[in-house]
Ligand binder design. Structure first.
Ligand code: CDP
Ligand code: MG
Length: 833
């Protein structure tokens, strides 16, 4: 009895022991008899007479034993032949020389910032140093290191590399976790994950219980997620004084981060690179026998040219030269360059990166140059796959016995990834087509030649994972230098920039941080779902805070679509939107697609709006392309045209005529394939959130009712709405904020002379000289009445006032009454569902 009483008095502590045990063992049960207490763990049954002492000592013993086992295992590996070879490789990395300094700094400071050239061993070594020193010196201590990566692929490939450097299988002590995939086990102590995964964990575990070290990698990229995470971690540090935060950057901008964390210690890892010879476009063109020179005059055709290209034949008549110029420019696949300023850079046609020029350079390198891998930086995976197709058909470059052609981008399979790091057979040259992922996050060992197209896709914000990016844009000077640096890692190298020197001079020094250049709606939702208080107050504490107006716009928008209520609290809709990694309006369309049972077409629309426009308009075949698009339209909707085009492709694809179908209809095969895979991904996301029943396997049961889909589009795109004003021959468009607006010429509605609907909802408006609308769908009064605005908001009055600005007839009280009662009914229906 006495014993039991004592046990009960220790009950509190007993429970906390139990919780601790649960953290370290997958299966634990405590039981007691009148004379002893036993603990059954997955390592066996332990009995001790003293219940509390038992739990403590047994647990400590087990942990200690595991630690020693781990230490022995580590030593054994390092003494084995492969282990020694690996260790020798590691010891040659610049980071290794700083090992002691790094560990001391980390032990003494809560925040440490580490900078060092790409490839110096930050990502693979530093987490490992921490792990090894914990194993070696802190017997029984359980470290739990989390290292975040901006991209899934780097989390996966780095974890695999680190596991192999330790002679372990992935998922033992080293693991990874990305959305929908992961390899980690009970004993995982070093976890590589995407930044989004850590943010998600913070959702349920605000203090990161049990985590000893957080390493945020690639902070120089200044992604939205990383900037966001830093604010959260900065708040967390005082609450978790023993937690260590390590920030790693590939560039020397460490001061900014250091002062953000109150003057945190900076450690720089000195690196070494071989010289790299740099060629700009003018030099490359010269290799073809032509010459590209600045030429700031009006030519014979009356067009202003900033560049001319000429065969070395200066005495030819000017018009002849002009035609040679035109031909050569066309052959080289790029148009005129006239960019002296940053503004005019955006006019460059990103679809012409110069495939022929790249092919020319590749042949030149393969035929004449010394051995060494070639790394080509492309804009995005669609360009990569087009170029890959083209090169595979090439007699020399496509011959696998001579060239090992590989792609490296964010969405590649892991089996494909491994090949990038492998050495090719003798006499075979490795050629890797990569996105900016190979700039700093992935290091390919043997690169000697770099070809840089100068563009990268700027991502749109995405809280949980990468959604496809939006627009290709020029890289920064720092990125261009990084790309060049890839060529000089193993021996002197060469870098070919596919743009003139003056374009490079006009590049921005650094890329603007994502938080300052993308809409903040999803971020605001994320802040709310993490319960971080007032949005504007929270964002004012960022490394570089976005403008107040941008924040207010985002909040206002979220209120209008019903994701936040009047007091800035998340609504039910808002909570679901935080689970869907896409723009809120697209997420909302998906949710409505489920509620109104028309998910199939809505999935296509949402996927289509997330990828590069699948309708191609080649410069010289504009009319044909627009006519091809208009045959998909009968309903005054670009969105329906997209659905038809996709469904046509799906049907054709079954007959292996997919390519032919795309070719005939000016559609991008890549976009079609991307839509296809995104549809699947979004569908499984909807299952994850519980919105779609987990057992649903096909989309066939969903309605394709045109009115329903139109209504869903209207609700998703609201408040992107303009009124259609008809005059005698045609029509004009007006929005409340901008007055007159225009349609992009490739919109199906731009080809109509009359639109038998009073409204257009649109996806996006862009100000060039006038305001242009992209992707629109015509809607009727009643659809706008019922579906414009926030269905779940319940604030019919405020909503009415707003619509009143648009709809004069709203002043008619009977209509307003009807509207209110209809809305109420609808709201009830939705609540039930
Ligand atoms: O993070 P940081 O750019 O500083 O370098 P890292 O990713 O840690 O890579 C250090 C070295 O490991 C590189 O020089 C690569 O040669 C090598 N490595 C590799 O061989 N295979 C991998 N999957 C990753 C890195
Ligand atoms: Mg790295």
């Amino acid at each position: 009895l006495g014993l039991l009483r004592r046990v009960d008095s220790y009950f509190g502590e007993y429970l906390s022991q139990k919780a601790k045990a649960r953290e370290n063992f997958s299966d634990v049960s405590f039981s007691r008899t009148s004379s002893s207490c036993s603990i059954a763990t997955d390592e066996g049954l332990f009995e001790q007479p003293e219940p509390l002492a038992a739990s403590k000592t047994v647990l400590e013993k087990i942990l200690r034993r595991r630690s020693l086992q781990l230490r022995d295992q580590q030593q054994a590996w390092q003494e084995s032949p492969e282990g020694r070879k690996m260790l020798e490789f590691r010891m040659r990395l610049p980071a290794y020389k700083e090992k002691d300094a790094l560990l001391t700094a980390i032990a003494r400071n809560q925040v440490v910032i580490i900078s060092g050239e790409t490839g110096c061993g930050k990502t693979t070594q530093i987490p490992q140093f921490i792990l090894e020193s914990e194993i070696e010196y802190v017997h029984g201590a359980v470290c739990n290191i989390i290292c975040t990566q901006p991209r899934r692929i780097s989390a996966m490939s780095v974890s695999e590399r680190v596991a192999s450097e330790r002679g372990e299988k992935l998922g033992e002590h080293v693991g990874y976790k990305v959305r929908l995939e992961g390899m980690k086990g009970r004993d995982t102590r070093l976890l590589f994950c995407t930044t989004g995964i850590l943010l998600r964990r913070l959702l349920v575990d605000r203090n990161l219980k049990g985590v000893t070290h957080v390493i945020v990698d690639e902070i120089h990229e200044r992604g939205m997620n990383e900037d966001f995470l830093l604010i959260v971690l900065k708040d967390l540090l005082p609450r978790r004084p023993e937690l260590r935060l390590i920030l790693m950057s590939a560039t020397l901008d460490a001061e900014l981060f250091s002062s953000y964390f109150g003057g945190a210690q900076i450690i720089h890892i000195p690196g070494f690179t071989y010289p790299v010879q740099t060629h700009f476009l003018e030099n490359i063109v010269e290799m073809t026998g032509y010459r590209l020179t600045p030429y700031n005059q009006i030519d014979d055709y009356g067009q202003e040219k900033m560049w001319k290209m000429s065969k070395h034949a200066p005495r030819k008549r000017k018009s002849q030269i002009a035609s040679v110029v035109e031909d050569a420019l066309r052959a080289a696949d790029f148009k005129e360059y006239s960019p002296q300023t940053r503004e005019s850079l955006s006019c460059w046609n990103p679809d012409c990166i110069g495939f022929n020029l790249i092919e020319f350079l590749l042949c030149k390198i393969c035929e004449n140059e010394r051995p060494g891998a070639i790394l080509v930086f492309m804009t995005g995976w669609d360009d990569i796959s087009s170029l890959k197709d083209k090169l595979q058909a090439h007699p020399f470059l496509g011959d696998p016995s001579r060239v090992l052609l590989l792609a490296c981008h964010g969405s590649m399979a892991s089996s494909e990834q491994r090949l990038i790091f492998d050495e090719p057979d003798d006499g075979v040259r490795k050629l890797v087509l990569a996105t900016n992922i190979a700039e700093t996050s992935i290091t390919i060992n043997d690169v000697v030649f770099v070809i840089d197209c100068g563009k990268a896709k700027e991502t749109s914000y995405d809280a949980l994972n990468n959604t496809p990016c939006l627009l290709p844009s020029w890289i920064s000077k720092v990125s261009a230098q990084q790309r060049r640096g890839r060529a000089g890692r193993v021996r002197p190298g060469e870098c070919y920039h596919l743009y003139p020197r003056c374009v490079y001079d006009a590049f921005a020094e650094y890329q603007l941080p994502e938080i300052l250049r993308t809409p903040l709606q999803s971020l605001c939702l994320q802040i709310k779902s993490l319960k971080l208080g007032s949005i504007s107050e929270f964002l004012s504490r960022a490394l570089q805070s976005p403008e107040l107006l941008a924040v207010q716009n985002a909040i206002e928008y979220l209120k209008i679509i019903g994701a936040l209520d009047e007091n800035e609290n998340l609504t039910v809709l808002g909570r679901y939107l935080t689970m869907l990694p896409m723009e809120p309006k697209l997420g909302k369309m998906l949710i409505l697609g489920v509620i109104f049972n028309c998910l199939d077409p809505v999935l296509t629309i949402v996927a289509g709006l997330s990828v590069r426009d699948p309708f191609l308009t080649p410069f010289d075949k504009k009319d044909l392309a627009e006519a091809a698009k208009s045959q998909f339209s009968r309903d005054y909707s670009d969105h329906f045209a997209l659905v038809r085009a996709y469904e046509g492709w799906k049907d054709a694809e079954r007959d292996i005529a997919g390519y032919e179908y795309c070719w005939r209809n000016f559609l991008s095969v890549q976009s079609m394939k991307a839509i296809d895979s995104l549809r699947k991904e979004f569908f499984s996301l909807l299952k994850d959130t519980g919105l779609v029943d987990g057992n649903t396997t096909s989309y066939n049961a969903w309605s394709h009712d045109e009115h329903l889909v139109r209504a869903v589009i209207c609700n998703g795109l609201y408040p992107g709405i303009c009124s259609v004003v008809h005059n005698e021959k045609s029509f004009s468009l007006k929005t409340m904020e901008d007055g007159q607006v225009l349609l992009y010429s490739n919109s199906v509605n731009a080809r109509e002379s009359k639109i038998p609907y009073p409204w257009l909802v649109f996806n996006e408006k862009i100000k060039v000289n006038s305001v242009f609308l992209r992707d629109s769908t015509a809607v009727s009064d009643s659809v706008l009445l019922l579906f414009g605005g926030s269905i779940s908001r319940g604030d019919t009055d405020g909503h009415l006032k707003m619509l009143g600005g648009y709809l004069e007839f709203f002043m008619n009280p009977s209509l307003a009454d009807m509207y209110q009662s209809l809305r109420k009914e609808l709201d009830e229906l939705i609540q039930k569902k």
